[in-house]
Design a protein around this ligand. Structure first.
Ligand code: FES
Length: 184
């Protein structure tokens, strides 16, 4: 990772919420007590049951990482500027084009916009690092792939976008990963 990119990274809002963990631990040493995870019992979680995540404290521009079925997923609250830049970006900027709309979600009737994507690079599985400015949303520390704020790959070697998990919003403040709107 270049120094320029390292300076763009804000690690303090980069959280891991492990399935079954009682709290959240922030990389960089800041604990974020308002983010909690409530869901089925531990045995169901281990088997891959949906996880419910309190997103009420995740402000625009912030990112948390949650674990579902043993894999990390990014939950990124997009700023208005990020939504606008992703929506306006030309198709030619992307290796595996998909519309920004198809990758941005919101709870019904709510304004906040979210990108919820798998957190393993589609090249060899490293976990990309958040970039705080511009359309480029993540850079992979292993071989330099870049992804936009919705997880669309802009520069390889990653061949495809960060995948979208099944998810739904139980409310404006509750995200459920592992269960889509249709209940699948
Ligand atoms: S694992 Fe991400 S670019 Fe290779």
């Amino acid at each position: 990772m270049s120094e320029a990119h390292a300076s763009d990274v804000t690690r303090r809002d980069f959280l891991y919420i492990a399935t079954g963990a009682a709290g959240a631990v922030a990389v960089g040493g800041i604990v974020w007590p308002l983010v909690s995870q409530m869901g089925p019992n531990e045995r169901e979680k281990a088997a891959g049951a949906p996880v419910e995540i309190d997103i009420s404290a995740v402000e625009p521009g912030m990112l948390i990482t949650v674990i579902w079925r043993g894999k990390p997923y990014f939950v990124r609250h997009l700023t208005d500027e990020e939504v606008a830049s992703a929506t306006d970006a030309p198709e030619a900027d992307f290796r595996d084009y998909a519309s920004a709309d198809s990758r941005i979600s919101a709870a019904e009737g709510a304004d906040p916009k979210w990108a919820i994507v798998g957190a393993n690079c589609t090249h060899l599985g490293c976990v990309p690092t958040k970039i705080d400015t511009g359309l480029e949303g993540w850079i992979c520390p292993c071989h330099g792939s870049k992804f936009d704020v919705t997880g669309r790959v802009m520069k390889g070697p990653a061949p495809t976008n960060l995948p979208l998990p099944p998810y739904s919003f139980a409310s404006e403040e509750k995200l459920v990963i592992g269960l889509d709107k249709a209940g699948a």
